[in-house]
Design a protein around this ligand. Structure first.
Ligand SMILES: Cc1cc2nc3c(=O)[nH]c(=O)nc-3n(C[C@H](O)[C@H](O)[C@H](O)COP(=O)(O)OP(=O)(O)OC[C@H]3O[C@@H](n4cnc5c(N)ncnc54)[C@H](O)[C@@H]3O)c2cc1C
Length: 395
């Protein structure tokens, strides 16, 4: 059994960690306070080749794998989780999984070089005002009109599509099946297509450097080539992209928890009470011990789910487990990091409370705990979890 990162992954981890500490963390508070999408940082990570780490070099990507995206998301999230989320949706979910793994050759050639050059930003365009957890409830429609499809409907809480950049989103829509039933299809849609309007950013509790917007489709004509897979493949595509989204959500929450833990650990050495550093009190050490243990367990679960996806194995249950564990773990860790900071932990100025708020975005987006438990429970009931062996072929 091998737990070492390859030399390439280790180097990447060092570089992103260094970048997050030197270039992101010192500005994170101000960026969050201003609530502006950090275009400069987006350009900087593009130059460093981190937008598309898992995309092959022939398309301008890093030629690595999803573990590279996991590492980038985790390290950036230790400093600025909202920005880490923007990057992971763009790079890992839409760039790598949707376009590279599930797109056509033409779609790869058209979009991936623009993705890796940072000329467009990728978005998942699924949730609607009346359909979030229940993806099948989407009311947006796609109808055939000559050589085009026509989209009508309203999406909400969409990350990246409203960022100050051109954007391409995977839009999930329902289509008539001809027999009164519905089928679902997924399309790659450019933001500047006539008939699309994007609202101002919705004010969120945390992750203010990431934009969530409402998107309206009013008789939007898109070419036949925009279809992902075949008509009727939409749910399959959406669920496959959600697996990768959940793995990278584990990376985000692991990074968020590490960011909070590292601040709490450092504070516990500086802050004195009753004549000694608070970190010398066993009660504080126990909190730090629990935090460190949970973070390590979360990372292992995330790496395991990642390894299945990299090996081309189905990882729906493991991705759900990774997100469920990581987000719950980070709620615990961020709360205790505030606790270790005492009253100062509750101040915005110290900046540890924002990790708690930011993690809630990961808890709720991409499948809340109950939905993840449903997915894992369904697999368990079907006997598909086997003996829970940790191997690249678990079943
Ligand atoms: C920061 C952020 C970014 C987001 N980015 C995107 C994005 O880029 N693209 C996108 O498409 N969407 C995005 N979303 C939307 C997100 O995916 C949805 O909010 C999420 O899927 C939950 O849907 P909902 O809000 O409609 O809640 P609902 O589905 O209404 O659920 C409300 C509550 O009921 C529970 N519940 C629902 N059904 C069941 C059930 N069967 N059993 C038990 N409990 C249940 C849920 O777990 C939840 O706690 C984002 C959300 C956030 C917060």
């Amino acid at each position: 059994m091998e737990f070492n990162l390859s030399e390439e992954h280790r180097l990447l981890q060092r570089s992103v960690r260094d970048f997050a500490r030197r270039e992101v963390a010192p500005h994170a508070q101000e960026i969050e306070r201003n609530g502006e999408f950090p275009l400069d940082l987006f350009r900087a990570v593009t130059k460093l080749g981190w937008l598309g780490a898992a995309i092959p070099t022939e398309y301008g990507g890093g030629g690595l794998d999803l573990l590279a995206d996991f590492i980038i998301a985790e390290e950036l999230a230790t400093a600025l989780p909202g920005f880490a989320m923007d990057c992971m949706v763009h790079s890992g979910v839409i760039g790598y999984k949707v376009i590279y793994r599930m797109g056509t050759d033409d779609q790869r050639k058209e979009y991936l070089p623009r993705f890796t050059r940072g000329e467009v930003i990728g978005a998942i365009v699924m949730t609607e005002p009346d359909a979030g957890s229940d993806v099948r409830g989407v009311k947006t429609t796609a109808a055939v009109d000559g050589d085009d499809y026509v989209l009508n409907g309203r999406k909400t809480l969409i990350t990246n599509f409203g960022a100050p950049l051109p954007s391409v989103g995977m839009v999930l829509a329902g289509m008539s099946n001809g027999d009164g039933d519905r089928k679902y299809s997924a399309f790659l849609v450019e933001k500047d297509t006539p008939g699309i309007s994007v609202s101002d950013p919705i004010e969120m509790s945390g992750m203010k450097s990431s934009y969530q917007n409402e998107v309206t489709f009013d008789d939007v004509h898109i070419p036949k080539g925009a279809l992902l897979g075949k008509e009727g493949d939409g749910l399959k595509m959406a669920l496959a992209s959600i697996d990768v989204d959940r793995i990278l959500c584990c990376a985000l929450s692991t990074g968020i928890a590490r960011g909070a833990y590292e601040r709490a650990q450092a504070y516990s050495r500086q802050r004195e009470a009753f004549g000694q550093p608070i970190g010398d009190f066993q009660a504080v050490q126990i909190m730090l011990a629990e935090m460190a243990t949970k973070i390590t367990a979360s990372k292992l679960l995330g790496y395991y789910a990642t390894s299945l996806e990299v090996a081309g194995q189905r990882c729906t249950s493991e991705a759900a487990m990774a997100k469920l564990f990581a987000t719950t773990m980070a709620q615990y860790v961020t709360e205790h990091a505030m606790h270790i900071h005492g009253g100062w932990g509750y101040t915005v100025e110290v900046g540890v409370e924002r990790f708690y708020r930011d993690n809630m975005a990961v808890v709720l987006g991409g499948g809340a705990a109950e939905i993840l438990q449903l997915a894992i429970g369904k697999a368990s009931a079907a006997g598909a979890l086997g003996s829970l062996d940790i191997s690249s072929n678990p079943n």
